[in-house]
Design a protein around this ligand. Structure first.
Ligand code: HEM
Length: 60
């Protein structure tokens, strides 16, 4: 996959499979069962998403 394809799957995998169990690392709405103290937060920040994408791109 290209860096952009990887990025899109990390940000919101449900875009490709609405029923996926894979967590959306950059989504903070439309989620269920989020602890009250973590409401509104994303799993990863933009910089962390880019770090994961950069790492995955080295594995080609
Ligand atoms: C940083 C961690 C992760 C990365 C980089 C990642 C990356 C990916 C990518 C690139 C795909 C697409 C594969 C393809 O279309 O051939 C994928 C699919 C998938 N991922 Fe992840 N993933 C991660 C974490 C997880 C976690 C934690 C889960 C489950 C708890 C998960 C569950 C799945 C499943 C079930 C699919 C198959 C397609 C689907 O059902 O949507 N992933 N993942």
């Amino acid at each position: 996959m290209s860096e952009d394809q990887l990025r899109q799957r990390l940000v919101d995998p449900a875009r490709f499979n609405p029923k996926t169990i894979m967590p959306a690392y950059a989504r903070n709405e439309g989620l269920t069962r989020v602890a009250p103290s973590l409401q509104g937060r994303t799993l990863l920040g933009n910089e962390q998403i880019e770090d994961v994408v950069a790492y995955l791109a080295t594995l080609k």
